[in-house]
Design a protein around this ligand. Structure first.
Ligand code: D61
Ligand code: MG
Ligand code: MG
Length: 342
Protein backbone atom coordinates (compact mmCIF):
# COMPACT_ATOMS: atom_id res chain seq x y z
CA UNK A 1 0.00 0.00 0.00
CA UNK A 2 2.62 2.61 1.02
CA UNK A 3 5.47 1.35 -1.20
CA UNK A 4 2.84 1.30 -3.96
CA UNK A 5 2.44 5.06 -3.88
CA UNK A 6 3.19 6.30 -7.40
CA UNK A 7 4.61 9.65 -6.30
CA UNK A 8 8.43 9.26 -5.92
CA UNK A 9 8.59 12.24 -3.54
CA UNK A 10 5.93 10.73 -1.28
CA UNK A 11 7.81 7.43 -1.32
CA UNK A 12 10.97 9.33 -0.32
CA UNK A 13 9.06 10.92 2.56
CA UNK A 14 8.16 7.46 3.92
CA UNK A 15 11.83 6.47 3.61
CA UNK A 16 12.71 9.48 5.79
CA UNK A 17 9.98 8.47 8.21
CA UNK A 18 11.60 5.03 8.53
CA UNK A 19 15.08 6.58 8.85
CA UNK A 20 14.23 9.13 11.55
CA UNK A 21 11.63 7.56 13.80
CA UNK A 22 12.28 4.00 15.11
CA UNK A 23 9.24 4.18 17.43
CA UNK A 24 6.66 6.13 15.37
CA UNK A 25 6.96 4.88 11.78
CA UNK A 26 5.04 1.67 12.46
CA UNK A 27 2.09 3.33 14.22
CA UNK A 28 1.92 6.11 11.59
CA UNK A 29 1.85 3.61 8.69
CA UNK A 30 -1.07 1.70 10.23
CA UNK A 31 -3.26 4.84 10.30
CA UNK A 32 -6.36 5.06 8.08
CA UNK A 33 -5.42 6.21 4.52
CA UNK A 34 -7.15 9.58 5.01
CA UNK A 35 -4.76 10.42 7.90
CA UNK A 36 -1.61 8.46 7.07
CA UNK A 37 0.11 10.91 4.68
CA UNK A 38 -0.95 13.94 6.74
CA UNK A 39 0.53 12.54 9.96
CA UNK A 40 3.66 11.35 8.13
CA UNK A 41 4.24 14.90 6.84
CA UNK A 42 3.34 16.37 10.25
CA UNK A 43 6.05 14.15 11.75
CA UNK A 44 8.65 15.13 9.10
CA UNK A 45 7.81 18.83 9.44
CA UNK A 46 8.51 18.73 13.20
CA UNK A 47 11.43 16.30 13.00
CA UNK A 48 13.09 18.74 10.61
CA UNK A 49 12.60 21.50 13.19
CA UNK A 50 13.89 19.27 16.01
CA UNK A 51 17.00 18.38 13.96
CA UNK A 52 17.90 22.08 14.04
CA UNK A 53 17.10 22.33 17.76
CA UNK A 54 19.24 19.29 18.62
CA UNK A 55 22.23 20.54 16.61
CA UNK A 56 24.66 22.05 19.11
CA UNK A 57 27.13 23.05 16.36
CA UNK A 58 24.88 25.82 14.93
CA UNK A 59 25.85 29.29 16.27
CA UNK A 60 23.20 30.39 18.83
CA UNK A 61 21.83 33.53 17.14
CA UNK A 62 21.67 31.83 13.72
CA UNK A 63 19.93 28.81 15.31
CA UNK A 64 17.35 31.05 17.07
CA UNK A 65 16.55 32.77 13.76
CA UNK A 66 16.21 29.38 11.98
CA UNK A 67 13.89 28.00 14.68
CA UNK A 68 11.63 31.05 14.74
CA UNK A 69 11.32 31.16 10.91
CA UNK A 70 11.14 27.39 10.26
CA UNK A 71 7.34 27.40 9.81
CA UNK A 72 7.76 29.73 6.78
CA UNK A 73 10.18 27.24 5.11
CA UNK A 74 7.32 24.71 4.92
CA UNK A 75 5.77 26.85 2.13
CA UNK A 76 9.09 27.75 0.45
CA UNK A 77 9.49 25.20 -2.42
CA UNK A 78 13.08 23.98 -2.71
CA UNK A 79 14.21 25.10 0.77
CA UNK A 80 16.79 22.82 2.37
CA UNK A 81 19.54 23.02 5.01
CA UNK A 82 23.02 21.61 4.35
CA UNK A 83 24.94 23.02 7.36
CA UNK A 84 24.06 20.39 10.01
CA UNK A 85 26.86 19.06 12.22
CA UNK A 86 28.39 15.70 11.13
CA UNK A 87 26.94 13.96 14.21
CA UNK A 88 23.36 15.08 13.47
CA UNK A 89 21.69 11.73 12.78
CA UNK A 90 18.77 13.26 10.87
CA UNK A 91 20.79 15.78 8.82
CA UNK A 92 19.96 13.97 5.52
CA UNK A 93 16.29 14.86 6.08
CA UNK A 94 17.14 18.60 6.00
CA UNK A 95 19.42 18.18 2.97
CA UNK A 96 16.50 16.73 1.00
CA UNK A 97 13.81 18.80 2.73
CA UNK A 98 12.47 19.96 -0.66
CA UNK A 99 10.62 16.62 -0.99
CA UNK A 100 8.84 17.19 2.33
CA UNK A 101 7.85 20.72 1.23
CA UNK A 102 6.73 19.42 -2.20
CA UNK A 103 4.36 16.93 -0.52
CA UNK A 104 3.30 19.40 2.19
CA UNK A 105 2.09 21.84 -0.49
CA UNK A 106 -0.25 19.11 -1.83
CA UNK A 107 -2.08 18.71 1.51
CA UNK A 108 -5.58 20.10 2.07
CA UNK A 109 -5.11 23.69 3.41
CA UNK A 110 -7.07 22.75 6.57
CA UNK A 111 -4.21 20.35 7.41
CA UNK A 112 -1.47 22.74 6.27
CA UNK A 113 -2.78 25.40 8.68
CA UNK A 114 -2.65 23.02 11.67
CA UNK A 115 0.90 21.91 10.82
CA UNK A 116 2.20 25.46 10.23
CA UNK A 117 0.66 26.60 13.54
CA UNK A 118 2.38 23.72 15.41
CA UNK A 119 5.74 24.48 13.76
CA UNK A 120 5.46 28.21 14.53
CA UNK A 121 4.64 27.66 18.21
CA UNK A 122 7.16 24.83 18.65
CA UNK A 123 9.92 26.76 16.85
CA UNK A 124 9.42 29.85 19.00
CA UNK A 125 9.29 27.71 22.16
CA UNK A 126 12.50 25.87 21.23
CA UNK A 127 14.17 29.21 20.45
CA UNK A 128 13.15 30.58 23.87
CA UNK A 129 14.79 27.57 25.54
CA UNK A 130 18.00 27.89 23.49
CA UNK A 131 18.62 30.97 25.60
CA UNK A 132 17.06 30.16 28.98
CA UNK A 133 17.56 26.84 30.82
CA UNK A 134 15.05 24.44 32.37
CA UNK A 135 15.30 25.51 36.04
CA UNK A 136 11.88 25.44 37.67
CA UNK A 137 9.23 22.77 37.42
CA UNK A 138 7.18 25.32 35.43
CA UNK A 139 10.09 25.63 32.92
CA UNK A 140 10.10 21.82 32.62
CA UNK A 141 6.35 21.66 31.97
CA UNK A 142 6.62 24.55 29.46
CA UNK A 143 9.56 23.05 27.55
CA UNK A 144 7.80 19.68 27.29
CA UNK A 145 4.62 21.49 26.20
CA UNK A 146 6.53 23.16 23.36
CA UNK A 147 8.30 20.03 22.06
CA UNK A 148 5.64 17.40 22.72
CA UNK A 149 2.42 18.78 24.23
CA UNK A 150 1.87 20.85 21.08
CA UNK A 151 2.18 17.65 19.00
CA UNK A 152 -0.66 16.12 21.00
CA UNK A 153 -2.75 19.26 20.41
CA UNK A 154 -1.93 19.24 16.69
CA UNK A 155 -2.79 15.56 16.34
CA UNK A 156 -6.15 16.08 18.06
CA UNK A 157 -6.87 18.88 15.57
CA UNK A 158 -5.85 16.63 12.64
CA UNK A 159 -8.03 13.74 13.92
CA UNK A 160 -11.02 16.12 14.27
CA UNK A 161 -10.41 17.79 10.88
CA UNK A 162 -10.27 14.37 9.18
CA UNK A 163 -13.73 13.52 10.52
CA UNK A 164 -12.42 10.22 11.93
CA UNK A 165 -12.78 11.63 15.46
CA UNK A 166 -15.29 13.96 17.08
CA UNK A 167 -14.65 17.67 16.43
CA UNK A 168 -14.65 18.37 20.18
CA UNK A 169 -11.43 16.33 20.50
CA UNK A 170 -9.64 19.41 19.14
CA UNK A 171 -10.85 21.31 22.26
CA UNK A 172 -9.19 18.81 24.67
CA UNK A 173 -6.02 20.86 25.18
CA UNK A 174 -5.10 19.57 28.67
CA UNK A 175 -5.62 15.91 27.75
CA UNK A 176 -3.80 16.30 24.41
CA UNK A 177 -0.92 18.07 26.18
CA UNK A 178 -0.65 15.20 28.69
CA UNK A 179 -0.22 12.67 25.86
CA UNK A 180 2.92 14.49 24.80
CA UNK A 181 4.18 15.23 28.31
CA UNK A 182 4.01 11.57 29.34
CA UNK A 183 6.09 10.58 26.27
CA UNK A 184 8.59 13.45 26.47
CA UNK A 185 9.11 13.27 30.25
CA UNK A 186 9.70 9.51 29.99
CA UNK A 187 12.35 10.14 27.32
CA UNK A 188 14.00 12.92 29.36
CA UNK A 189 14.19 10.68 32.45
CA UNK A 190 15.55 7.73 30.41
CA UNK A 191 18.07 9.87 28.46
CA UNK A 192 19.79 11.40 31.54
CA UNK A 193 23.27 10.14 30.61
CA UNK A 194 23.03 10.82 26.85
CA UNK A 195 21.86 14.39 27.46
CA UNK A 196 24.61 14.93 30.07
CA UNK A 197 27.22 13.92 27.44
CA UNK A 198 25.60 16.33 24.95
CA UNK A 199 25.87 19.03 27.65
CA UNK A 200 22.06 19.33 27.57
CA UNK A 201 20.11 19.57 30.85
CA UNK A 202 16.37 18.94 30.89
CA UNK A 203 15.93 17.74 34.49
CA UNK A 204 14.66 20.82 36.41
CA UNK A 205 16.91 22.21 39.18
CA UNK A 206 13.77 22.62 41.35
CA UNK A 207 13.77 18.79 41.53
CA UNK A 208 17.43 17.67 41.26
CA UNK A 209 18.46 20.53 43.61
CA UNK A 210 16.76 18.59 46.44
CA UNK A 211 19.27 15.73 45.96
CA UNK A 212 22.57 17.22 44.68
CA UNK A 213 24.56 20.41 44.17
CA UNK A 214 24.98 19.67 40.45
CA UNK A 215 23.00 17.46 38.02
CA UNK A 216 26.16 15.60 36.98
CA UNK A 217 26.86 14.54 40.62
CA UNK A 218 24.56 11.53 40.19
CA UNK A 219 27.14 9.58 38.16
CA UNK A 220 29.73 9.93 41.01
CA UNK A 221 30.39 6.86 43.21
CA UNK A 222 28.84 7.29 46.65
CA UNK A 223 25.88 9.27 45.23
CA UNK A 224 23.75 6.21 44.42
CA UNK A 225 21.10 6.89 47.12
CA UNK A 226 20.65 10.54 46.06
CA UNK A 227 20.67 9.60 42.36
CA UNK A 228 17.91 7.01 42.82
CA UNK A 229 15.83 9.36 44.98
CA UNK A 230 15.99 12.01 42.24
CA UNK A 231 15.31 9.50 39.45
CA UNK A 232 12.27 8.20 41.33
CA UNK A 233 11.00 11.75 41.90
CA UNK A 234 11.22 12.38 38.12
CA UNK A 235 9.43 9.07 37.38
CA UNK A 236 6.65 9.96 39.85
CA UNK A 237 6.24 13.33 38.10
CA UNK A 238 5.94 11.65 34.67
CA UNK A 239 3.44 9.11 36.00
CA UNK A 240 1.09 11.91 37.12
CA UNK A 241 -0.08 12.26 33.47
CA UNK A 242 -1.49 8.72 33.27
CA UNK A 243 -5.08 9.60 34.33
CA UNK A 244 -5.30 12.24 31.53
CA UNK A 245 -3.89 9.74 29.00
CA UNK A 246 -6.69 7.34 29.89
CA UNK A 247 -9.41 9.95 29.75
CA UNK A 248 -8.18 10.82 26.22
CA UNK A 249 -7.99 7.19 25.05
CA UNK A 250 -11.55 6.55 26.23
CA UNK A 251 -12.79 9.34 23.89
CA UNK A 252 -11.39 7.77 20.69
CA UNK A 253 -13.65 6.04 18.16
CA UNK A 254 -11.52 5.08 15.14
CA UNK A 255 -9.58 1.81 15.74
CA UNK A 256 -6.49 2.94 13.79
CA UNK A 257 -6.40 6.27 15.67
CA UNK A 258 -6.80 4.38 18.96
CA UNK A 259 -3.80 2.14 18.18
CA UNK A 260 -1.78 5.14 16.94
CA UNK A 261 -2.32 6.92 20.27
CA UNK A 262 -2.23 3.91 22.61
CA UNK A 263 0.97 2.18 21.40
CA UNK A 264 3.44 5.01 22.17
CA UNK A 265 1.74 5.43 25.59
CA UNK A 266 2.20 1.71 26.29
CA UNK A 267 5.88 1.98 25.33
CA UNK A 268 6.16 4.89 27.77
CA UNK A 269 4.51 3.13 30.76
CA UNK A 270 6.77 0.11 30.14
CA UNK A 271 9.84 2.38 29.91
CA UNK A 272 9.09 4.54 32.96
CA UNK A 273 8.44 1.37 35.00
CA UNK A 274 11.71 -0.12 33.78
CA UNK A 275 13.77 2.97 34.63
CA UNK A 276 12.07 3.51 38.03
CA UNK A 277 14.48 2.76 40.89
CA UNK A 278 16.95 1.40 38.29
CA UNK A 279 20.51 2.68 38.77
CA UNK A 280 21.40 1.55 35.21
CA UNK A 281 19.94 4.90 34.05
CA UNK A 282 23.21 6.43 35.31
CA UNK A 283 25.31 3.85 33.44
CA UNK A 284 23.62 3.57 29.99
CA UNK A 285 20.36 4.24 28.11
CA UNK A 286 17.81 1.75 29.45
CA UNK A 287 15.48 0.46 26.72
CA UNK A 288 12.54 -1.95 26.94
CA UNK A 289 13.02 -5.35 25.26
CA UNK A 290 11.76 -5.52 21.63
CA UNK A 291 9.71 -8.67 22.41
CA UNK A 292 7.92 -6.86 25.25
CA UNK A 293 6.99 -4.05 22.84
CA UNK A 294 5.73 -6.37 20.09
CA UNK A 295 3.64 -8.37 22.60
CA UNK A 296 1.91 -5.15 23.74
CA UNK A 297 1.25 -4.00 20.19
CA UNK A 298 -0.48 -7.29 19.38
CA UNK A 299 -2.68 -6.94 22.47
CA UNK A 300 -3.74 -3.29 22.32
CA UNK A 301 -6.89 -3.49 20.28
CA UNK A 302 -9.31 -1.95 22.79
CA UNK A 303 -9.41 0.21 25.90
CA UNK A 304 -9.84 -2.75 28.27
CA UNK A 305 -6.77 -4.54 26.90
CA UNK A 306 -4.77 -1.31 27.25
CA UNK A 307 -6.14 -0.78 30.78
CA UNK A 308 -5.02 -4.31 31.70
CA UNK A 309 -1.47 -3.63 30.49
CA UNK A 310 -1.30 -0.28 32.34
CA UNK A 311 -2.54 -1.93 35.56
CA UNK A 312 0.15 -4.62 35.24
CA UNK A 313 2.88 -1.95 34.97
CA UNK A 314 1.41 0.23 37.74
CA UNK A 315 1.50 -2.78 40.10
CA UNK A 316 5.12 -3.45 39.07
CA UNK A 317 5.91 0.24 39.69
CA UNK A 318 4.29 -0.04 43.18
CA UNK A 319 6.25 -3.25 43.87
CA UNK A 320 9.58 -1.58 42.95
CA UNK A 321 8.93 1.36 45.31
CA UNK A 322 11.29 1.06 48.30
CA UNK A 323 10.36 2.17 51.84
CA UNK A 324 13.78 3.91 52.17
CA UNK A 325 12.91 6.28 49.28
CA UNK A 326 12.23 9.82 50.65
CA UNK A 327 9.20 10.01 48.31
CA UNK A 328 7.92 6.49 49.17
CA UNK A 329 4.52 7.72 50.42
CA UNK A 330 3.98 10.28 47.60
CA UNK A 331 4.96 7.69 44.96
CA UNK A 332 2.37 5.26 46.33
CA UNK A 333 -0.21 8.05 46.22
CA UNK A 334 0.53 8.83 42.53
CA UNK A 335 0.38 5.13 41.61
CA UNK A 336 -2.82 4.73 43.63
CA UNK A 337 -4.45 7.75 41.93
CA UNK A 338 -3.61 6.31 38.50
CA UNK A 339 -5.02 2.91 39.44
CA UNK A 340 -8.19 4.54 40.76
CA UNK A 341 -8.72 6.78 37.70
CA UNK A 342 -7.98 4.46 34.77
O1 D61 B 1 15.68 13.53 18.12
C1 D61 B 1 14.98 12.51 18.41
O2 D61 B 1 15.02 11.42 17.80
C2 D61 B 1 14.08 12.64 19.61
O3 D61 B 1 13.82 14.01 19.75
C3 D61 B 1 13.28 14.37 21.04
C4 D61 B 1 14.01 15.59 21.53
O4 D61 B 1 14.87 16.14 20.80
O5 D61 B 1 13.67 15.99 22.68
C5 D61 B 1 11.80 14.79 20.88
O6 D61 B 1 11.62 15.74 19.84
C6 D61 B 1 10.41 16.52 20.11
C7 D61 B 1 10.25 17.59 19.04
C8 D61 B 1 9.80 17.02 17.73
C9 D61 B 1 8.53 16.17 17.93
C10 D61 B 1 8.32 15.45 16.65
C11 D61 B 1 7.22 14.43 16.66
C12 D61 B 1 7.36 13.25 17.35
C13 D61 B 1 6.41 12.25 17.23
C14 D61 B 1 5.30 12.44 16.38
C15 D61 B 1 4.36 11.42 16.19
C16 D61 B 1 3.31 11.59 15.31
C17 D61 B 1 3.16 12.80 14.61
C18 D61 B 1 4.08 13.81 14.81
C19 D61 B 1 5.17 13.65 15.69
C20 D61 B 1 6.11 14.66 15.84
C21 D61 B 1 10.95 13.57 20.60
O7 D61 B 1 10.81 13.12 19.49
N1 D61 B 1 10.33 13.09 21.68
C22 D61 B 1 9.41 11.97 21.60
C23 D61 B 1 8.20 12.34 22.41
C24 D61 B 1 7.42 13.46 21.70
C25 D61 B 1 6.24 12.79 21.06
C26 D61 B 1 5.23 13.81 20.54
C27 D61 B 1 3.89 13.17 20.53
C28 D61 B 1 2.86 13.74 21.25
C29 D61 B 1 1.60 13.17 21.26
C30 D61 B 1 1.35 12.01 20.54
C31 D61 B 1 0.07 11.42 20.53
C32 D61 B 1 -0.17 10.27 19.80
C33 D61 B 1 0.86 9.68 19.07
C34 D61 B 1 2.12 10.25 19.05
C35 D61 B 1 2.38 11.42 19.78
C36 D61 B 1 3.66 12.00 19.78
MG1 MG C 1 15.49 15.26 19.12
MG1 MG D 1 15.04 18.26 20.56
Amino acid sequence: DIAGTDDPNLRRCYEFLDMTSRSFTMVIKQLAPSLRDVVCLYYLALRGLDTLEDDMTIPLDYKVTLLRSFHSFLTQPGWCFTESGEDEKDAPLLVEYAVVIDQFMKLDPKYQDIIVDSAKRMGNGMADFCIKRVTTKADYELYCHYVAGLVGEGLSALFAASGLEDSELAEQKRLSNSLGLFLQKTNIVRDYLEDLHDTRQFWPKEIWGLYAKDLKDFVEPGQEKQALACLNHMCMDALSHVPDVFEYLSMLRDPSVFRFVAIPQLMAIATITRVFNNYDVFRKVVKIRKGEAVKMIMECTNINAVRGIFIKYLYEFHHKNSSTDPNYIKINEVVGRSLAMI
